[in-house]
Design a protein around this ligand. Structure first.
Ligand code: BEZ
Length: 252
């Protein structure tokens, strides 16, 4: 995942990402004082939630911009700069937790991430996570794909949104035992009248790299937003058609 984040806007306008993550922390079944790694911790907001629950936490992320915010906001907490598909910890932990991260990792790289997690966990350690599941943002990506085509470009889907079956298989191949799995729709309100445009600009970056003209990129976004209006602009508010996959697995 090689993205430069606008950490300030991410934190101010997309705080629902970590707010929804609060529910995911409830799947952790560990005593206070247990060690928890927040994998892909971003701005550290959920790392802090985990810390407030009494866990001994570390956050890990690849983004310098987001880690700068995390270190500024939570100076007492340990944050590590590393890639989720290539990291090691000095000591194994009781729990690896992750929210809204794994859809950024290519399917081919998922086993590398799982291997790192496996090695980072103690025996019987818990792997608890949520990210975009099968069908996530289907309306948004199909609208983008259609408008790209109308402009003569191919829309290359930049995310991995697996089914439960597919992801459970990967976890089992990596040595985990799946204890819990849920795939569910979670329509999510976006902020402001430009909510959809801002969402696309914040999160869908790589498909636009094939388009040289800034004007044409802008036009594609505006046309996509208009295509989406009838389905995702409801009672004066924009919604993103999120689908989540939430799982808990144990290192065997
Ligand atoms: C998600 O959390 O599902 C997500 C966010 C941004 C881009 C793609 C997926």
């Amino acid at each position: 995942m090689n993205i430069t984040w606008d950490a300030e806007k991410y934190t101010s306008d997309f705080s629902f990402v970590h707010r929804y993550g609060n529910d995911v922390t409830e799947l952790i079944d560990a005593e206070a004082g247990s060690t928890v790694l927040d994998l892909g911790c971003g701005n550290g907001a959920l790392t802090k939630v985990l810390q407030d629950k009494g866990y001994t936490v570390k956050g890990l992320d690849a983004s310098r911009e987001l880690l700068d915010v995390a270190r500024k906001d939570y100076p007492e907490t340990e944050f590590i700069k590393a890639d989720a598909v290539n990291f090691t910890l000095s000591e194994p932990v009781d729990v690896v937790f992750s929210n809204a991260v794994f859809h950024w990792i290519d399917k081919e790289k998922q086993p590398d991430m799982m291997k790192c997690v496996y090695n980072a966990l103690k025996k019987n350690g818990q792997f608890v996570f949520e990210f975009g599941g099968h069908g996530n943002n289907r309306l948004i990506h199909s609208a983008l794909s259609g408008v790209f085509r109308e402009h003569g470009f191919c829309y290359k889907m930049p995310f991995y949104f697996p089914t439960i079956g597919e992801y459970a298989s990967l976890l089992e191949s990596a040595g985990f035992q799946v204890k819990y799995a849920l795939l569910f729709d979670r329509p999510t309100e976006l902020k402001g009248e430009n909510g959809m445009k801002d969402w696309i600009k914040m999160f869908v970056k790589t498909p636009f790299t094939v388009i040289e003209s800034k004007g044409e990129r802008e036009e594609i976004i505006n046309q996509t937003v208009e295509k989406l209006r009838s389905g995702l602009f409801i009672n004066g508010k924009w919604y993103a058609d999120y689908v989540r996959i939430r799982m808990k697995a144990v290192r065997a």
